[in-house]
Ligand binder design. Structure first.
Ligand SMILES: [Zn+2]
Length: 289
C-alpha cells in the first residue's frame, strides 16, 4: 500500500518551514521531490508520505471567521498537464506554492502578471521557477508543426492554439540546431527524431522561460529571491534535467539556475549529447511515430 497523507496533529506542534533564502527554497523543493520520487520503492519511506500541515494550510484561521494569510515560499509556472500537479510532486501542501499552470508552461502576459502580484504582495516568497515535463503535449504539437509545416497550417485559423505553438517554436528550433550539431544533420532522419527533439525542446523551453523571468524581475532579484527551473521526468518522477556526465540515461535531480546569453549554446548542447537523449534516439521506434 502507498499512502500520501496531509496531517494536522495539534500535539506535533508542527512549524511550517520558512526558507530565508532562494537556496533554502530550492533545497526544500528538491528534498520534497526526492521524497515523492521514493514512493513505490521498496524502502521503508517509499510506502508512506506524511505531509504535516498547519491549521492555516487547511484554511482554518486561529481567529474564527478570519481568512488565513497567503504565505507561499515559491511561485512556479508549470504545465496544465494533469500528471504534473506541482505541489504533490514536491511534497508540499496548500499555501506553500503559488502556482500558474498553462499548457507548455509558456509565459504569457496573464501568467507573468500573476507572478508580478506574488512578487509584489507575498512577503514569504523566495523562489520564482518554471517546471516543464517530459512527454509534454503542447511542445509535441509545436514539434509537429515544426517538422511538418502542413500541420501548422491546420492551426493558423485557431489564434489561441496558435499563440501557444508560436510561443514554443523558438525552443523547438534551438533544440533542432543543438541536436544536429551534436549528432550530425542525418539525425533528422532517425525514426525517433520527433521524440528526441520534443524532450530537448521541453528542457530548453523551461530554461528559456526561467531566464525570461529573471530578466523581467531583475530589479527584485537578490539572495532572498531567485529563479530556478527543472523538468519533471514522468518515468522516474524526478525533477531535474538529463545527467550530461553519466553514460546511463539517468535524470540528474534538482532545480537549476537558468543559463543566460551565450551559456545557452553549451547548456542545450550538453543536453543534446546526454545519454538520455541518445537513448531516445536509439530506442525501438514506437507505433505511429
Ligand atoms: Zn505539458
Amino acid at each position: 500500500m502507498i499512502e500520501i497523507v496531509w496531517r494536522y496533529e495539534p500535539a506535533d506542534e508542527f512549524v511550517e518551514p520558512s526558507p530565508e533564502t532562494c537556496a533554502e527554497a530550492v533545497q526544500l523543493i528538491n528534498e520534497g521531490n526526492a521524497a515523492f520520487a521514493r514512493l513505490g520503492t521498496d524502502t521503508a519511506d517509499g510506502q508512506r508520505l506524511v505531509l504535516p500541515v498547519t491549521p492555516e494550510d487547511l484554511g482554518l484561521g486561529h481567529v474564527p471567521g478570519e481568512a488565513p494569510r497567503q504565505a507561499p515560499f515559491a511561485a512556479l509556472v508549470g504545465c496544465a498537464d494533469a500528471r504534473v500537479p506541482l505541489e504533490l510532486l514536491m511534497s508540499q501542501s496548500a499555501n506553500d506554492i503559488f502556482v500558474v499552470r498553462v499548457a507548455g508552461n509558456v509565459l504569457a502576459n496573464e501568467g507573468v502578471g500573476s507572478l508580478d502580484y506574488a512578487v509584489t504582495n507575498l512577503t514569504d516568497l523566495r523562489l520564482l521557477g518554471v517546471i516543464g515535463h517530459t512527454g509534454c503535449g503542447a511542445v509535441g504539437a509545436a514539434v509537429d508543426s515544426y517538422l511538418r509545416p502542413v500541420n501548422y497550417l491546420g492551426v493558423t485559423h485557431n489564434l489561441p492554439l496558435r499563440s501557444l505553438i508560436d510561443a514554443l517554436m523558438a525552443s523547438v528550433r534551438g533544440a533542432d540546431v543543438a541536436l544536429q550539431r551534436s549528432h550530425g544533420a542525418e539525425v533528422t532522419h532517425n525514426p525517433n527524431y520527433r521524440s528526441a527533439l520534443a524532450d530537448t525542446a521541453i528542457i530548453l523551453n523551461a530554461a528559456v522561460a526561467a531566464d525570461c523571468l529573471r530578466t523581467h524581475f531583475a530589479s527584485v532579484m537578490s539572495d532572498s529571491l531567485g529563479v530556478a527551473f527543472g523538468v519533471y521526468d514522468l518515468a522516474s518522477r524526478v525533477i531535474g534535467i538529463p545527467d550530461a556526465t553519466s553514460f546511463e540515461p539517468t535524470w540528474q535531480a534538482g532545480l537549476l539556475t537558468p543559463p543566460s546569453g551565450t551559456e545557452f549554446v553549451d547548456f542545450i548542447g550538453d543536453v543534446a549529447k546526454s545519454a538520455y537523449i541518445a537513448s531516445l534516439l536509439a530506442a525501438e521506434p514506437t507505433a505511429g511515430h
